[in-house]
Design a binder for this molecule. Structure first.
Ligand code: NAP
Ligand code: ZN
Ligand code: ZN
Length: 346
């Protein structure tokens, strides 16, 4: 299927228009017209090779919402005309312990990423969601409620699930204190989820200008991280702290804010190794952990949770020819709180 999108041809290159073919439908595939694609900071990290070598040409995008246009001969999960969402991976081995447990994001063979990697055939470069058409195996796509604003729902496919999954895993809820470091695309979703789950919530931000929005998104407390005294007031308070920043920050100043048995979860991935003061972990039997997106079943659960609680991303809609500018503004933490591309402009 002839497809238009935006591509980076080399590391750190500007994105430019690109035409390519999507595969013909296999029996379990669905094709869809993309409505909206979110801009995740991971798109930027990968084109700029901040996590190591990448694969080019690269069509980024793993927060994809569309409307089904065709279904394969044996596909049963979607009907033509229904809304559909695709996130960070489009396949996995389907037989390892983790895949069988619905944790495809931790597939022992490695998940098949939506872009910046090869499809399961190991030779075709996977092109992501910055494009007007998409083809995916139905098992790796989710339903999106018609009641959700589709543009605001696109970022749920990565930013949303990346915060929803650890908050569920570490049991955020009533009686728990949850802090989110960084109010970006991921952070502002985590804040809404933690609040909806019933936890007491705090935002730690390096942007003083985000205080008002934080409270509107459900924060009980807002702390500017340059205020060392204010941070001290939060020592020994938290059950869960999630670091969602894209930058290399000192995590040690947050470990002390955890109470006994509290957990600091890393989801932000600057690509820079961190140095931890081990004593801070020993003192309160604290844990330092990481979490990566979520499996297909949990992605659907989160979509349904969002429909039930009327949660979507706060977005700024851009046309395809503004992608490069939107990337620069994302790096400058100047987006409220996710750029989403209108796919009709590809
Ligand atoms: P984003 O929208 O750019 O948000 C990142 C936030 O980090 C900013 O809004 C800012 O929040 C904070 N920040 C940025 N520069 C900073 C600096 N120099 N010092 C302190 N704080 C700074 O990015 P995103 O799309 O949410 O992604 C965040 C990170 O998560 C990225 O590294 C991304 O690759 C990663 N990620 C991980 C997963 C996963 O599965 N674990 C999934 C998706 C993305 P404040 O202005 O509030 O300080
Ligand atoms: Zn992402
Ligand atoms: Zn597997």
């Amino acid at each position: 299927m002839n497809t238009r999108g935006y591509v980076a041809h080399a590391p750190s290159a500007q994105l430019v228009p690109f035409e390519f073919d999507r595969r013909e439908l296999k029996p379990h595939d669905v094709a869809f017209d993309v409505l909206y694609a979110g801009i995740c900071h991971s798109d930027i990290h990968q084109v700029r090779e901040e996590w190591g070598p990448s694969l080019f040409p690269m069509v980024p995008g793993h927060e994809i919402i569309g409307v089904v246009s065709a279904v394969g001969s044996e596909a049963t999960k979607f009907n033509v005309g229904q809304r559909i969402g695709v996130g960070v991976f489009v396949d996995s081995c389907r037989k390892c312990e983790n895949c069988l447990a619905g944790l495809e994001q931790y597939c022992s063979e490695g998940m098949t990423a939506t872009y910046n990697g090869y499809e399961r055939d190991t030779t075709t470069i996977a092109f992501g969601g910055y494009s007007n058409h998409f083809v995916v195996d139905e098992a790796y796509a989710v339903h999106v409620a018609d009641t959700l604003d589709p543009a605001g729902a696109a970022p749920l496919l990565c930013a949303g699930i990346t915060l929803y999954s650890p908050l569920r895993h570490w049991n955020a809820g009533p009686g728990k204190r949850v802090a989110i470091i960084g109010l970006g695309g991921l952070g502002h979703m985590g804040l809404q989820f933690a609040h909806a789950m019933g936890a007491e919530t705090t935002v730690f931000s390096h942007s003083a200008s985000k205080a008002e929005d934080s409270h509107a998104l459900g924060a009980d407390h807002f702390v500017v991280t340059s205020d060392v005294d204010a941070l001290k007031d939060h020592e020994l308070r938290y059950d869960i702290i999630v670091n969602s920043t894209s930058a290399d920050i000192d995590l040690n100043q947050y470990l002390n804010l955890l109470k006994l048995d509290g957990t600091l979860i890393i989801v932000g991935l600057s690509g820079v190794p961190v140095k931890i003061e081990q004593g801070l972990l020993l003192e309160g039997r604290r844990s330092l952990s990481g979490s990566q997106i979520g499996g297909v079943a949990e992605l659907q659960e989160m979509m349904d949770f969002c429909a039930e609680h009327d949660i979507t991303s706060w977005i700024e809609l851009v046309n395809a020819d503004n992608i490069n500018q939107a990337w620069d503004r994302t790096v400058a933490s100047d987006v409220k709180y996710r750029f989403v591309i209108d796919a009709s402009t590809f």
